[in-house]
Design a protein around this ligand. Structure first.
Ligand code: G6P
Length: 608
């Protein structure tokens, strides 16, 4: 969703800002704008098209003169995508320019107050109250005006602000919305995420809620929510810009699909010592684990689907009740959580608004919170009692692939570790499981080698308008993700069904030629799944089965079959999801869809 960049230094700002905005395009946006400041005032340029349009209209930024600036990609919430609603917004005198990510919940009452005082609004956004408030509270001191303004705001915000009277200064502040400071000796940067600034500096500072940062070319001072100067630690980003570029692939999604073996390896290997799992980074230990009588896994989208895998795996190894819940449901249902509940929060971005709110709800109830997050220093990571990072590297394609699979890899590690701590599974069996988990990256490579087979399969199915994915147990969990992948990027309707549930209604939709993907990797229930295959075949369905090598019975009953390498049933999801990611990719490609930036979707959903 909305993205922010800001720069103050000794070089021209515009080109840097436009490059930064391009790096944030993946988050999803419908309009964009930049403002560059100098002793001669502000120059503002906006578009309701792509960043490339801004680049063209400003001759790659050369027409905008100044070495301080802010930029924004907008994902409309209040007011349609339009020139006037695009950021930056200014006050009536054009003294302040503001870009904003988040939602100002009390903007209607603030706007009413400002209108009574004679202010005229030009946009329909919640953001526009901010420059007007700044103008109201400005008596020659930029910082004081910002402090007084944010004190009036309710809701969530990351803000970057320029003041015409102070053209060497950039001020940034945040509350419940991400904002990162990039520091260097002769310039300072801000951005919604690291991808926009890692090209310029790897030294970043993660701002805390309520922080206000005052930056010039060679200094940065952070004030906490009480207005006191504070030292926030500077962290070093461990990856470089190549990780956030396509590297020869046509799309980020295909690059990220192919990165999964490495991403999983990076996520698990650093936590395996000898033949055991060790989590040095968390405070959770055997004593605490023993106090839990249930586990709740809470997340959105694919992260929720990873949670469903986690539910089956943890229940099997720990014999403790596990619920997997959608964050937007959990946060409003007065969940039954207390100090005996472990709540596992899963989020690639670490910024999903519903997931963050669910985490806060769990904490209010007294639960212990452990998050599984990819983005270091993100809001969810910071707010949880413990965090386990997936070391997947930056994920740019909106439809997650390596984010999802590394989340599952960590859930396996967690289950194996906790089962050993609690003694709920045989030690020898746990060793074997861990050894098998370590073979998964190489087995994924073997599936990736068969991408052409899946491409041909996709070619035959591009005209399908609706299809089904059926499975049981872990196969059902993967079916949910397979169906979502296809919907997200190819816009083809599909449904994931627990195979045994078909006969309770949905089987009425099975007719001649209806494509049904049968997921049958979970061997314990392969016989049961075979009955479901026969059930839909006898009603005319075209069945394509994905199963483990050696399942000859399924081959006999199916119209087409794709084999994944043999593995322990528990690890089937990590292999079984791969063909469906590739299949969805090619269906979208053949249908001419925008694979990395599907319509209406955002990578990081930072508003409710
Ligand atoms: C968006 C993305 C999905 C993602 C979901 C949760 O909807 O398009 O791919 O699964 O958010 O995101 P998170 O960052 O919390 O994992």
């Amino acid at each position: 969703m909305c993205g922010i960049v800001g720069f103050v230094g000794k070089k021209p700002a515009a080109g840097l800002l436009l490059d930064g905005l391009e790096k944030l395009e993946y988050r999803g946006y419908d309009s964009a704008g930049i403002c560059v400041g100098s002793n001669n005032g502000f120059q503002i340029e906006k578009t309701t098209e792509r960043i490339q349009t801004l680049k063209n209209s400003t001759h790659n930024g050369e027409y905008l003169v100044g070495s301080v600036g802010i930029g924004h990609t907008r994902w409309a919430t209040h007011g349609a995508p339009s020139y006037y609603n695009a950021h930056p917004h200014t006050d009536m005198d054009g003294r302040f320019a503001v870009v904003h990510n988040g939602i100002i919940e009390n903007y209607l009452s603030l706007a009413k107050e400002l209108k009574r005082e004679g202010v005229t609004f030009v946009s329909e956004t919640d953001t526009e109250v901010i420059p007007h408030l700044l103008a109201k509270y400005y008596h020659g001191d930029f910082l004081e005006a910002v402090q007084k303004t944010v004190a009036r705001l309710e809701g969530s915000y990351a803000l970057a602000i320029l003041c015409r009277d102070d053209p060497d200064t950039l001020i940034a502040t945040r509350r419940f919305s991400p904002l990162i400071l990039g520091v260097s000796s002769d310039a300072n940067y801000i951005a919604s995420d690291v991808t926009a600034l890692v090209n310029h500096t790897k030294d970043v500072l993660y701002m805390e809620d309520g922080d206000i940062a005052v930056m010039t070319a060679d200094s940065h001072t952070v004030y906490d929510k009480l207005g006191q100067p504070v030292e926030r630690p500077i962290s070093r980003v461990t990856w470089d810009i190549a990780a956030a570029e396509k590297g020869g692939y046509d799309h980020f999604m295909m690059k990220e699909i192919n990165e999964q073996p490495k991403a999983i390896e990076q996520t698990i290997e650093c936590r395996i010592k000898e033949r055991h799992v060790e989590f040095d980074e968390i405070a959770l230990d055997r004593k605490k684990l023993e106090q839990f009588n249930k586990i709740q896994i809470v997340a959105c989208g694919s992260a929720y689907h990873a949670g469903v895998v986690g539910k089956y795996v943890i229940e099997e190894l720990l014999r403790i009740p596990v619920e997997a819940d959608i964050a937007s449901e959990y946060r409003y249902r007065d969940p039954l959580a207390d100090e005996h509940t472990l709540v596992i929060i899963i989020s690639q971005s670490g910024e999903t608004a519903d997931t963050l709110a669910a985490l806060q709800e769990a904490k209010r109830k007294g639960a212990y919170t452990l998050s599984i997050v990819n983005v270091v220093g993100s809001s969810i990571a910071k707010a949880s009692d413990d965090v386990l990072y997936t070391w997947a590297g930056p994920e740019i394609a909106v439809a997650t692939t390596k984010g999802y699979s590394t989340q599952i890899a960590l859930l396996y590690l967690f289950a194996i570790w906790a089962a050993r701590q609690l003694g709920t599974a045989d030690r020898h069996e746990l060793h074997q499981l861990l050894a098998e988990l370590r073979t998964i990256p190489e087995k994924i490579d073997r599936i990736l080698d068969q991408a052409d087979t899946l491409k041909e399969m996709a070619k035959r199915l591009t005209r399908t308008d609706s299809l089904f994915f059926i499975g049981r147990n872990l196969d059902y969990a993967v079916a949910m993700e397979a169906s979502l992948k296809l919907k997200e990027i190819s816009y083809i309707h599909s449904e994931a069904y627990a195979a045994g549930e078909l006969k309770h209604g949905t089987i009425s939709l099975i007719e001649k030629g209806r494509v049904v993907f049968a997921l049958s990797g979970y061997e314990k229930l392969a016989d049961k799944l075979l009955s479901n295959i026969k059930e839909v075949k006898s009603r005319g369905a075209t069945v394509i089965t994905v199963t483990q090598e050696g399942n000859m019975l399924a081959a006999k009953e199916s119209d087409d079959i794709f084999y994944i390498p043999r593995t322990h049933s528990l690890f089937v999801p990590l292999l079984e999801v791969i063909p469906f990611q590739i299949y969805a990719y090619y269906v979208a490609l053949f249908n001419g869809c925008d694979i990395d930036k599907p319509r209406n979707l955002a990578k990081s959903v930072t508003v409710e």
